[in-house]
Design a protein around this ligand. Sequence first.
Ligand SMILES: [Zn+2]
Length: 441
Amino acid sequence: MTIYRATALDTPDNPFTGGVLRSAQDAGIRVEDGVIRARGDFPDVRKAHPDDAVVDLRGGVLLPGFVDTHVHYPQVRAIGALGMPLLDWLEHSALPEEARLADPAYAAEVARELVSGLVAAGTTTALVFGAHFGSAVDALFTEVSRLGLRVTAGLVVSDRVLRPELLTTPTRAYDEGRALAERWHGIGRTRYAVTPRFSLSSSDALLESCAALAKDVEGAWFTSHLNENLAEIRRVAAQFAASVDYLDTYDHHGLVGPRSVFAHNVHVSDRELSLLASQGAAVAHCPTSNSALGSGPFPLRRHVEHAVTVALGSDVGAGTGFSLLKEGLQAYFIQQLLGPQGLLLTSTHLLYLATRAGAEALGLADEVGDLSVGRAFDAVWVRPAPGATLETVLRHAASPADALAKIFALGTVADTAGVWVAGSQVLGQLPGRVAAQHTGG
Ligand SMILES: [Zn+2]
């Protein structure tokens, strides 16, 4: 049993519907078998459990582990290719790199880079857009399992439009996906996600095979792209002439449901928003990617008004890094620039979007997303180095919400001083404690 002593901030209740920031200046969070069993003021928790080990995390802020709902495994090395819109970027930057993951040794290296990037950013749970090659997806699951990260991912499938080495057939997509799901779905903390790249690179037969796989793998997730870029949307409309809109291309095959997460959704109709809400499907909002590719400003207000679940995604490698602090700040910027059409986001909203909302979107709301009793101890300790500007402004913060705003404004991966998944420390080294780098689980 361990008691973590920290200034803790989290958002157990949705701030878009009235929830407020929960802050505890001197919290005692008691963890047993990776699960938070008690929390309260540190002196009280300590008094009740005088024999427990104490990990002193004062001098920083403890947050729930971040939840990234859209990040591309094979695009780590493609980060930073600026200056192109989506379809050009895919052709010239992302897809040539994705093709290299056909080589298992190359894929294994990239899997390590992805996982270390996620952990360094404080991301403990992710919906990862996988690779087009089964061996590469095995490498991803192998690597995330070494650290015990909560990762949902799958084989990316396409049967048209893309370069030939990335294409498959509906039958092969089903068979390879099924085999991967049998190896990884529900094993430890990994789950399988059926993942057609997007409708543009999918025939109806391929989407049908995806629907069959999603049905046959009990509890499988579904993820894809939706309404990202106007040129993309025009091509999807031309290809699926019978569909009323982009979402309909998926819905036609029964792929819009409570275990579906769609990335982007920048240019969305009210009909699509209503359908997403009624089906309980979630949207991954990827602010730096939307800005970097010029995809457009995300209509967050309309999503909230339609009660669609929205959470943050880094969308590496169109996104500009793994940090959900940066994504939160960019989300805030865009909403500010939208003026009356935007939604003024507080730091409480940003933390919610980076943690609790992601847990809700991924069906993990009972397990992670905040630091309540009963949740797994998935946490990130933000502690800037002495003399860093963030350290200075945190000392002068007027309130917990103000401190949190400063963390979103100034925080980077350099400020991640410790990361835990289910009570196992996967990053950072504390005085007198050696980090458990690999849990073996
Ligand atoms: Zn994406």
